[in-house]
Design a protein around this ligand. Structure first.
Ligand code: GLY
Length: 558
């Protein structure tokens, strides 16, 4: 981290057009090789990165249903090459109109077990279909129907399921079995399919064909009727008005500066961009080269602790609550946080208000795209927990999310990721739940990085570690593979992959008062693209922990 040491007091300004050498190739990294191929097919047909994003997102809905889909939502961070315009397309789910702050509590005010996790009551109104239509029409070069064609073909002709599909289906088996339509699609004789099982999704192909005519055919008409009726019969509260009223929002990205790298990330309703900038601002004030390995890890953990504390305090849907974005991302604010870090001991999170936590999961998906014009997309999409709510309204092929669990079900009670809620994130009709999804662009003077990952509450610290690896001059395969550790304020513990902290380092951190908790397995599935602005060289990398596909290709300009 040679770049640390120079505290920068100016908040970054928007990036101008990158006037350097164009990318020598286009690059796509996604969580599934078939989705990556779908994106390249669309680039080869004359589409740009935004058309390719439609193709990759819709293909992932077919081949990686555990992570994202038409029944979910997410964030698309865009960079348009011709004018340097950057925006975030917020396709986060919204709470149904009949949702209430106490809808998951019993008469005694206690959370009803699994009510915000399994079945249609757990589902928010999906945003992904609206975003695909918006991307194609506002930013793409090809008709929506063309970019959806690879996904429709995959749904119709089928694909072979893999180990990861089976592992995640096993985890959500009860929820999938509870929904006859979901069991018929994703299970084989009501059991987890063996790897290699050919999965065809005729209903989803039909829905994709309807969507090809425009999002109006998803949010109104026959599909909307099936989504609403199917959900309500099984205990959901969606209405036709909820679907017809869904709107994506374009939001100004969060910007920060780390050394000479411009950080561009996502604003609320994600906590990701602000937390990332806060952590990098804290770290930017340390004389990194003078710190020992233990001290570096100590300040990283303390920066994580402080940024996640703010998450519980301030964040929610910006259309409902006022979030002090300028203050939280200003270097002066982080100077104060840095000053509260003692080098000789860990700060107990217990000195601040909080609550205990529960288990983590693998969920969500991310893809990164660069086309040969220099357009970029970093997109993180989700249905929340693997296979979302596990519920498919009959005749739609659409697996519904359980993103309602990302709301604060009861202030002070942790959600499925152990994240403690706050009134800013309490449920209200049409409100977006707080997210950790953090698709990010790193724009250095001579290199650009596009990255992001699934992983629930650990997403933001994974992106932080990836960004630090970029800042250190490492290549994309290092960003996605580096060993990971995480602190999220509460529980007050450092979670770490087996190879992230040596035994000596563990001892030294414990001596400072850090509680260490080894992760039972590796986590995350980062997908990244790097572009060298001087040579034009492009690389793509998929996390070795997942079964993704990272491909660079030369496409003739059309
Ligand atoms: N559902 C995971 C997230 O939005 O962070």
């Amino acid at each position: 981290m040679a770049l640390l040491g120079a505290a920068l007091l100016a908040v970054a300004t928007p990036i101008a057009v990158l006037a350097q050498t164009l990318p020598s190739q286009s690059a796509i990294a996604s969580a599934h090789p078939l989705a990556t191929q779908a994106g390249h097919e669309i680039l080869a047909a004359g589409g740009n990165a935004f058309d390719a994003a439609v193709a990759v997102a819709s293909a992932l809905a077919v081949v990686e249903p555990a992570g994202s889909g038409l029944g979910g939502g997410g964030f698309f961070l865009l960079h348009r090459a011709k004018d340097g315009f950057q925006t975030m397309v917020d396709a986060r789910e919204t709470a149904p109109g009949a949702a209430t702050a106490t809808m998951y509590l019993d008469d005694e005010g206690k959370p009803i077990p699994r009510a915000s996790i399994d079945g249609p009551l757990a589902a928010g109104i999906p945003g992904t279909p609206a975003a695909l239509d918006h991307l194609a029409k506002k930013y793409g070069k090809l008709p929506l129907a063309s970019s959806l064609a690879p996904a429709t073909r995959l749904a119709e002709q089928g694909f072979a399921t893999d180990d990861r599909f089976a592992m995640l289906a096993k985890w959500r088996l009860d929820a999938l079995r509870a929904s006859p339509a979901a069991a018929a699609i994703f299970l084989n004789n009501n059991d987890v399919p063996e790897p290699g099982h050919m999965l065809r999704q005729a209903d989803l192909a039909q829905t994709l064909r309807a969507l090809a005519g425009g999002a109006v055919h998803f949010y109104t008409g026959e599909i909307a009727r099936r989504l609403v009726e199917g959900s309500r019969v099984a205990g959901g509260i969606w209405t036709l008005d909820d679907l017809a009223g869904y709107k994506i929002v374009e939001r100004e990205p969060i910007r920060g500066k780390f050394g000479d790298i411009n950080i561009v990330s996502v604003p609320p309703p994600s906590a990701g961009g602000i937390a990332l900038v806060t952590m990098l601002n804290i770290l930017d004030g340390y004389p990194w080269d003078e710190l020992s390995e233990t001290q570096r890890h100590h300040v990283l953990i303390e920066a994580m602790r402080r940024a996640y504390r703010d998450r519980t305090q301030y964040f929610g849907d910006p259309d409902f609550v006022k979030i002090p974005v300028e203050r939280l991302t200003h270097p002066f604010y982080s100077d104060g946080l840095r000053n509260s870090i003692r080098m000789d001991r860990a700060t107990p999170s217990a000195v601040l208000p909080g609550a205990p936590a529960v288990a983590q999961g693998q969920d969500t998906t991310h893809f990164s795209i660069l086309d040969q014009e220099g357009n970029m997309v970093a997109a993180t999409l989700s249905v929340n927990l693997p296979y979302g709510s596990g519920f498919v309204p009959p005749g739609t092929g659409v697996l519904l999310n359980n993103e309602m669990d990302d709301f604060s079900i009861k202030p002070g009670t942790p959600n499925a990721y152990g994240l403690v809620g706050h009134p800013a994130n309490e449920i209200a009709p049409n409100k977006r739940p707080l997210s950790s999804m953090s698709p990010t662009l790193l724009m250095g003077p001579d290199r650009v990085g596009i990255l992001g990952t699934p992983g629930g509450s650990r997403i933001i610290t994974m992106v932080l570690l990836g960004a630090l690896s970029f800042a250190d001059g490492h290549n994309a395969s290092d960003w996605v593979s580096r060993p990971r550790f995480h602190h999220q304020f509460l529980p007050d513990e450092v979670q770490f992959e087996a190879d992230a902290l040596s035994p000596e380092l563990q001892g030294a951190l414990q001596a400072l008062g850090h509680q260490l908790k080894p992760s039972s397995r590796q986590y995350g599935n980062m997908q990244a693209v790097a572009w060298d602005l001087r040579s034009g060289a492009v690389t793509a990398a998929s996390d070795p922990r997942g079964g993704g596909g990272a491909i660079t290709k030369t496409h003739a300009t059309k």
